[in-house]
Design a protein. Sequence first.
Lengths: 289, 244
Amino acid sequence: MEYFIHIGIVFFIYAILAVSLNLVVGYTGLLSLAHAAFFGIGAYATAILLTKYNINFFVSAGVGMGLAGMASLFIGIVLSKFKDDYYALASLGFNVIVCSFFINLDSITGGVIGIPGIKKPSFFGLEIHSNFAYLILALVFFVIIFLVSRFIVQSSFGRALRAIRDDENALAVFGYKVLNFKLVIFVISAMMAAIAGSLFASYITYIDPSIFTITESVFILTIIILGGLSSLRGSLLGALFLILLPEYLRILGLPNDTAAQVRQIIYGLALIFLMLYRPKGLVGEYEMK
Amino acid sequence: MNILKLKKIRKHFNGVLALDNLSLDIKAEGITGIVGPNGSGKTTLINILSGCESLDGGTIIIDDSLRSKKMRAYENSIFGITRTFQEIRLFEQMTVLDNVLVVLTEKNVLGAIFEKHGEYHLMKAEELLKVVNLWEKRNELAINLSYGQRKLLEITRALSTDAKIYLFDEPFAGLFPEMIKTVMKIIKKLKEEGKTVILVEHNMLLMRELCDEIVVMDNGKLLSKGKPEEVLNKKKVLDVYLGK
């Protein structure tokens, strides 16, 4: 049972990451490869505040969201100068920069060693010890983020995002300040990723910079491409499939080292296969050009 | 009364002068046609008037307000300008209905987050799409429409703005005769409603029938301006079009 609860918690964390990234990539058409950076900012903020300053989890998660929001606002303004492939490359650069902060600010972040012994959250003085209680906490955060995302995509704001994705210059002609829309959704998405980071840090109880590299950003992107761009349901399906993948491989009885390599190969093959034969992903509504 | 006053406007691209000290007045509440050979600066003029291109020099006065040289496209709504494009630019992976609703709904970030389209927006969209026979196709993706239907949808999108000045860049190109009639009806109705229409088009028969005034451009300069029957029979205009 503990095993399934663990899978459930990891699923909810990655579902939050996927839903939030889909708002930027799938709905707005901005190919961001910096999502792991905001995931990391949330994780580090929570890890540092919980372990060094004994600050409540919910406050630290709020601080993480605030920091990710400010970082994403700055990054979003810089990225607004770029388009298409250059946008993706520049966002990748920001992920590398944020990661190098995690490595080099070792007096705060613990450098390459990272931060061990991160506490579990406490709620009105009660520490969430059991994994089942943590599953409920992750579920609550996931449901809130999913509902907020659904509210956004079904609003006039969401329709404008899709129009930006299709032709932002044509949309501007009709009175839209496109930059504001792009910045707001980028900041909202980063703040959601920071919540996933806070949940991740206090669940795994140990973080280091290697978790938040560009590989992680590509992994989250793979989830949403597999599940389907411009589809919240697709983000969940993609997360479910890719979080369960290592578990299928475990059932096959492959040694751990081999399983990790086979997993990477499957991610790559899945992406190539999708681009060739199903560019909209499993249930996506948008085909990347 | 002139709604648009252009004084010595200039625009160049990598050393090529697309608009060369062009001065032009455009009358309100009428249809003005802009003609000229390819590369004469017609589309550049439309792009500048709609804020899609910046101005290198000169001044533009819209309805007695001086327009900034660096006017951005989103400021069109302030001046009551809307447009269509020479190459169709729809929101391809959105439905026909959403292509119209996005123009009808809130454009401010905060307002848009807390707004969902309502009955009013749907009724307005229905009214507009029925004019071009696209209401039945409202749930289809714009990318799946035929060329003519896409052109009509783009015109409908421009009509959704309730602007004062409509800039149509080759709205008849590639349309079937029945669709041409529909677009002509739309343009004539805009004039009846007191709107100003600026029309770039190569079909001279249509221009003669529709326009109150014709502006002929050549090499980014004004070659001639006046009533269609006068302008289109001038020797220098015929020389530019047919060769000397």
